[in-house]
Design a binder for this molecule. Structure first.
Ligand code: ADP
Ligand code: ASP
Ligand code: MG
Length: 417
């Protein structure tokens, strides 16, 4: 018999009827004799509503308090699911992150998991009960305070628990029946991917595909834990996220992702001399703000503009950091623009093929979409465009690389070496 971790997301837990449905799914696996740990998200909309309430009281709420507040949604749904399971004859007990020993660092609102002791989980499984764990939360090893793992963090709770318990597999149940060539809610012809490598999934998650939180994929990759993404509502094979397999290299472009959560900051008119970039980004890094894309314009009369992107919710902090050193760097101004989005084309096959970047730029140009920033890596090309062009850009690139077709029917394939 297997040890399986199931994770149910916000939409799957979105009403009492849906919680009953989830309970039935859990019962089926339990009745087959398997051991099961269930991880749940807050009911959809609950975490957002907490954030909104806090912002009404204080536009800069202390992060420690935000964590206690935000962790409450997952507790509610864990308890409700355990109650529903007991009603249908499945012995179940709900637990908070702290109770199962989900130990994290002290970075409130984006804490990293250090270890999962899992004592309670083992006891509960030995008693042939189903532990139902509140996802997204842990406990700071230093202060004992509640922490949360960043938005979408229940995925990471689930994979970390699967690794700690040496589960056979981690199944992520959500409102789509797998990982698609792009968000199926934007492009109706998007195609479900049967198997995807950890590396590609990592890239997709980091470029905005919120179907899996990036850290869950990092854990999966590090410990080689197979992750299935499946639908709560329709049966099917879903998508298997796994170690890279040979045939994947034949797919040059695997997916298109987008991210609306970035903002662009431009530091205008700074002197073009050694040390300026180090000063600016050193200052931003002090606050643990993730800088993504960076461009520096050609200088004119010894002055240049430096632009970079940061997560939207950190833009205020980043601007304040730069303004605090403005005297030293002598910039003409600091301008923030959050009406942008990032669109990315991803594929491990790009390693052995050129031309993806050129085709990406040409497709967007032909559609009259202006590219504000570009960044590339071995397996991705990303462009920043205006926020209201994101959906169209995603559709155009999905079409350009023929992603709706089965991989072997696409004209744009990797040339075998
Ligand atoms: P949950 O609440 O179950 O964690 P999320 O909303 O976090 O669900 O993630 C699922 C959503 O991810 C889908 O509804 C879809 O809109 C979005 N998504 C973005 N990119 C993709 C993709 N490539 N494949 C599948 N879903 C995607
Ligand atoms: N409820 C949290 C969020 O909305 C965590 C999650 O859903 O995974 O971000
Ligand atoms: Mg999610």
């Amino acid at each position: 018999m297997a040890l399986i971790v199931h994770k149910y997301g916000g939409t799957s837990m979105g009403s009492l009827d849906r919680i009953r449905l989830v309970a039935e799914k859990v019962k089926k696996v339990y009745d087959e004799g398997h051991s099961l740990v269930v991880v749940v998200s807050a009911m959809s909309g609950v975490t957002d509503s907490f954030v909104n309430k806090a912002k009404e009281l204080n536009d800069d709420p202390p992060e420690r308090e935000m964590d206690l507040l935000m962790s409450a949604g997952e507790r509610e749904s864990a308890a409700l699911l355990a109650i529903a399971l007991n009603k249908i004859g499945v012995p179940a007990e709900s637990f908070t992150g702290r109770q199962i020993g989900m130990v994290t660092d002290s970075m409130h609102t984006k804490a990293r998991i250090k270890r999962v002791t899992g004592e309670k989980l083992r006891e509960t499984l030995t008693a042939r009960k189903v532990p139902v764990v509140a996802g997204f939360q842990g406990v700071d090893e230093k202060s004992g305070s509640v922490t949360t793992l960043g938005r979408g963090g229940s995925d990471t709770s689930a994979v970390a628990i699967a690794v700690a318990m040496k589960a056979d597999v981690c199944e992520i149940y959500t409102d789509v029946d797998g990982v698609y060539t792009t968000d199926p809610n934007i492009v109706a012809s998007a195609r479900r991917i049967d198997r995807i490598s950890f590396d590609e999934m990592l890239e997709m998650a980091s470029l905005g595909a919120k179907v899996l939180q990036i850290r869950s994929v990092e854990f999966g990759k590090k410990y080689d834990m197979p992750i299935y993404v499946k639908s709560t509502f329709v049966d099917g094979n879903g998508t298997l996220v796994t170690s890279e397999v040979k045939e994947m290299e034949d797919v040059m472009v695997a997916a298109v992702a987008y991210d609306r959560n970035q903002a662009k900051i431009t530091v205008a008119g700074v002197p073009d001399r050694p040390g300026i970039a180090a000063t600016i980004f050193g200052r931003v890094a002090e606050k643990e703000i993730n800088v993504d894309m960076i461009i520096q314009n050609v200088s004119e009369n010894g002055l240049t503009d430096i632009s970079f992107t940061v997560p939207k919710n950190e833009v205020k902090k980043a601007v304040a950091q730069i303004e605090s050193i403005n005297k030293d760097i002598g910039a003409r101004g600091v301008i923030a623009d959050d009406k942008i989005g990032k669109v990315s084309v991803i594929g491990v096959g790009m390693r052995s093929h050129s031309g993806v970047a050129a085709k990406t730029f040409k497709s967007l140009a032909d559609a009259g979409i202006n590219i504000m920033m570009i960044s590339t890596s071995e397996i991705k090309v990303s462009c920043v465009v205006a926020a209201d062009e994101v959906d169209r850009a995603v559709r155009i690139l999905h079409e350009a690389f023929e992603l709706a077709l089965p991989p072997n029917e696409r004209s744009y394939k990797t040339v075998k070496k």
